[in-house]
Design a protein around this ligand. Structure first.
Ligand code: SAM
Length: 214
């Protein structure tokens, strides 16, 4: 349960210097980061982007924090741009991130919650989309990927129907230079590697945060 979780009263109450040596807030957030594969792959490729993982499980969050600390020791000039925080991303996300402060949000292999009575537990839902649109700046990208076709259809439908998000296809993103991010989305995470080993399918769906509803 997450009843013991504490939340910052507002984003400016968070001391980011405990996460990033430059003390600046993150620009990208990996929601449900698991064991941190995406953070670790992207850190050296995007040294000027601060990326925060959010993870609800205590032991998993501790594992990622230890992993990053070890990488910082082994490579003193790298990995200062990634960090992890224990949080229920479905609650109080705007307490962590200022309005329009993020330029990318990642939802990689989120828990599928198969049963219909559990669908409200899904991390992509109409209510939460309003929060994601609030923290994401216009032009910012939401990346989703899953091996569960039903969840892909669900995320795709809800995101496509939300007036502030517009689908953006993989080729367009690659042409805009986001190829390394997409490659990491497909293959860098522990869940993505597991799907690969089991030769499962991967469904990608990406969306751009637009300024005004069309
Ligand atoms: N993204 C990682 C990957 O691709 O390997 C992890 C995928 S795993 C299937 C889903 C992760 O989301 C789990 O680590 C779980 O603890 C985390 N999670 C589920 N609900 C969450 C929530 N409300 N807030 C933060 N993390 C959550």
């Amino acid at each position: 349960s997450d009843h013991s979780l504490r939340y910052p009263a507002a984003p400016n109450r968070l001391d980011w210097s405990t996460h990033f040596p430059d003390g600046e807030p993150p620009q990208w957030a990996d929601i449900g980061c698991g064991f941190g594969g995406l953070l670790v792959q992207l850190a050296p490729q995007y040294p000027n982007v601060r990326i925060l993982g959010l993870e609800i499980r205590v032991q998993v969050t501790d594992y990622v924090a230890d992993r990053i600390a070890a990488l910082r020791v082994a490579h003193p000039s790298s990995y200062n741009n990634i960090s992890v925080i224990r949080a229920n991303a479905m609650k109080f996300l705007p307490n962590f991130f200022k309005k329009h402060s993020l330029s990318a949000l990642f939802f990689l292999f989120p828990d599928p919650h198969f049963k219909s009575r559990k669908h409200k537990a899904r991390i992509i839902s109409p209510t939460l989309l309003a929060e994601y649109a609030y923290v994401l700046r216009p032009g910012g990208i939401i990346y989703t990927i899953t091996d569960v076709k039903d969840l892909h259809d669900w995320m795709n439908t809800h995101l496509s129907n939300f007036p502030l998000f517009q689908p953006i296809d993989e080729d367009t993103l690659r042409a805009q230079g986001h190829g390394p991010v997409l490659d990491a989305v497909y293959t860098s995470t522990e869940e993505g590697k597991k799907v690969q080993r089991n030769k499962g399918d991967k469904w990608l769906a990406c969306f751009q945060r637009i300024e005004q509803p069309l």
